[in-house]
Design a protein around this ligand. Structure first.
Ligand code: FEO
Length: 399
């Protein structure tokens, strides 16, 4: 995409990434893509805020050159060191060795660790300001949103907050960058939830702390380094992040994530009966086949809903492996304090429930009930399964 002016002298110069399949080598974005938003401020001094991953270098540098000569940039502000925002830095350095890199003390250390860069690096402190001429940049330390070195940059005259990962989402921009130009904003809201839970949720306490810290400034535009720029309704994305971060401590909404796996259809048959029972209670229900759905798409439901129904066969006297993968990732991402129930088929010995407990008990998941059956479910067992689902649905709905 070509540069887009946010405000007089302040430009978006990022790139859309439609070819990376796995963000961080983990999270699928083949269908959605992602943008690496970078910003150039042209004043007496010229500053770039965050860069891009080391892809599409030609497009990125040409975008800069449309506004100012690359070797004429005075400052590179590194809000966050993760290589999706800094990967092109070494190339940048070769083209513009005189630009001063600004970041936190930890950024200074990481610059050496990641890229061997030591020279022309200056540490900014929390609350520091620098003047570019008519425009002023103010820096806020926001550690662990998403790495320990992270800062945010605020341009005082335009009231634009460059928030990097915070308030970001998956999804390429595709021709327009602002929220008010977007005809499918729900897509970016959904992808902001997925991005939050996949990438940032573990650090929710620090997200709340950062949002609190920003109360001291008036923000008219949120310009993150992934996804939409929020100029019409910046409060939408801030409130979404605040609500998501609050769920780390508060009970989630009444709703059930039904995750199941099935080898030959027996557990799936029971899953349908259990789902029918839950549905009778009108409790919100989302169903995921763990063998066919990447955990990236399951985590948002687990984070935002209070109940988990697990349907899993016993596999080699233990837990069905893909179910184990989902539960382990959920606990790694600090998805805690869930109420759960479990059902499933076994051939000759159980074992799945024991392993589930080992995985989720440290995350304070509370077992409400369990129901296992041998081989294929009988008519009687299916009826029992429906009632099992109904009871769990009632319990979650009425909490
Ligand atoms: Fe978008 Fe934590 O990097």
């Amino acid at each position: 995409m070509l540069p887009v002016e946010l405000n007089s002298g302040i430009f978006w110069i990022g790139v859309d990434d439609r070819t990376t399949d796995l963000f961080e080598g983990l999270w699928p974005i083949s269908r959605e893509g992602v943008s690496y938003n970078s910003y150039l401020i042209k004043d007496k001094k010229k500053a770039i805020i965050d860069l891009t991953k080391s892809i599409k270098g030609d497009e990125f540098f040409e975008n800069i050159n449309k506004i100012a000569a690359v070797n004429d940039i005075d400052y590179i502000i590194i809000n966050h060191m993760e290589p999706d925002h800094s990967g092109i830095l070494r190339t940048f350095r070769k083209l513009c060795p005189g630009a001063m890199i600004l970041g936190s003390q930890k950024t200074k250390e990481m610059l050496q660790d990641f890229y061997g860069i030591k020279d022309n690096v200056e540490v900014v402190k929390d609350g520091d300001e620098i003047s570019l001429g008519e425009k002023t940049l103010k820096f806020f330390y926001t550690p662990m949103v998403h790495w320990p070195e992270t800062i945010m940059t605020y341009e005082v005259s335009s009231k634009i907050l460059f928030s990097c990962d915070a308030f970001g989402s998956f999804g390429v921009l595709g021709g327009s960058i602002f929220d008010d130009e977007c005809k499918n904003i729900d897509f970016y809201i959904d992808e902001a939830v997925r991005y939050y839970v996949n990438i940032v949720a573990k650090f929710s306490k620090m997200v709340l702390r950062a949002i609190d810290k920003l109360k001291s400034i008036t923000v008219e535009v949120i310009a993150p380094s992934h996804g939409r720029i929020w100029r019409k309704n910046p409060g939408t994305i801030v409130e979404l992040y605040r609500k998501l971060a609050s769920l780390a401590e508060e009970e989630a909404e009444p709703g059930i994530t039904l995750i199941y796996g099935s080898m030959y259809g027996n557990t799936e048959n029971m899953m349908n009966a259990v789902a029918q029972g839950i549905s009778k209670t009108q409790t919100p229900l989302r169903i995921f086949d763990v063998s066919r759905t990447h955990v990236s798409y399951i985590l948002p439901s687990l984070w935002t809903q209070s109940g988990v129904m697990i349907g899993t066969p016993t596999y080699e006297a233990g837990l069905f492996p893909t179910m184990g993968d989902v539960l382990r990732m959920a606990t790694l991402k600090s998805i805690t304090n869930k109420k759960f129930a479990m059902f499933g088929s076994y051939g000759w010995s159980g074992g799945a429930l024991r392993e589930i407990k080992e995985i989720v008990e440290p995350a304070k998941w509370q077992l409400i009930d369990s129901f296992e059956f041998k081989g294929g479910p009988t008519e009687e067992e299916l009826k029992k399964g429906e009632e099992f689902g109904r009871k769990f649905g009632e319990l979650i709905k009425n909490k």
